[in-house]
Design a protein around this ligand. Structure first.
Ligand code: COA
Length: 164
């Protein structure tokens, strides 16, 4: 899939595709750059790439020399017999944050959930994650629960759902 952001600051072209094992190093690096805690470990990321009940999407652009560069990712989980998919992670490279890339990755995650027959996408986000909350609420996600003491540091999680 090749998409172009509506915002002028965004990279000219972003390609989004399922991750392959060759993306593992770049995915681990993104995880460390984008998250300060509750990070997915390398083996969990490898599992997500291989799992039939998960989708791991990567967003790529080109660096100055024209080589592909991983700048975003999203992980989805599905359960057999359930119409709900769960967005377990979404991240963009900090150098690209705030330029609409998160929205492109989220669009691709929603399309992937639909393609797998899911009609709802659920997620949890830290109650203090302004960028994440803004991204989800702008795109029609509705908060339906708060889970106290959810993250490593005791921060609560806000649970959101969107009908796709
Ligand atoms: C959450 C994340 C994926 C959003 O990606 P992004 O590319 O910055 O998203 P966008 O550029 O589409 O911006 C989303 C919105 O949040 C706003 N925003 C950005 N940083 C913000 C901040 N610190 N506080 C409040 N709002 C913020 C943007 O202005 C934008 O709002 P708009 O659509 O009204 O202009 C990205 O910030 C990220 O990777 N964060 C680290 C990982 C993470 O927290 N993931 C989510 C939980 S799993």
């Amino acid at each position: 899939m090749s998409v172009t952001s509506h915002k002028s600051e965004a990279p000219a072209a972003i390609a989004i595709r399922p991750a392959v094992l060759a993306d593992l190093d770049a995915l681990v690096a993104l995880e460390h750059a984008a998250f300060s805690g509750d990070r997915a470990e390398r083996r969990a990321i490898r599992h997500a790439i291989r799992s039939a009940s998960m989708s791991l999407l990567v967003a790529l652009t080109e660096d100055d020399t024209g080589r592909p560069m991983l700048v975003g990712a999203a992980t989805l989980e599905r359960r057999r017999g359930s119409l709900n998919a769960r967005l377990s992670s979404i991240a963009v490279s900090p150098a690209r944050a705030g330029s609409g890339l998160g929205g492109l990755v989220l669009d691709a995650a929603e399309a992937d959930a639909k393609q797998h027959g899911c009609s709802r996408l659920r997620l949890e986000v830290r109650g203090d994650n302004g960028a994440g909350i803004r991204l989800y609420e702008r795109r029609g996600y509705v908060r339906f629960a708060v889970i106290p003491d959810y993250y490593e540091d005791g921060m609560e999680a806000w649970r959101y759902v969107k009908v796709l």
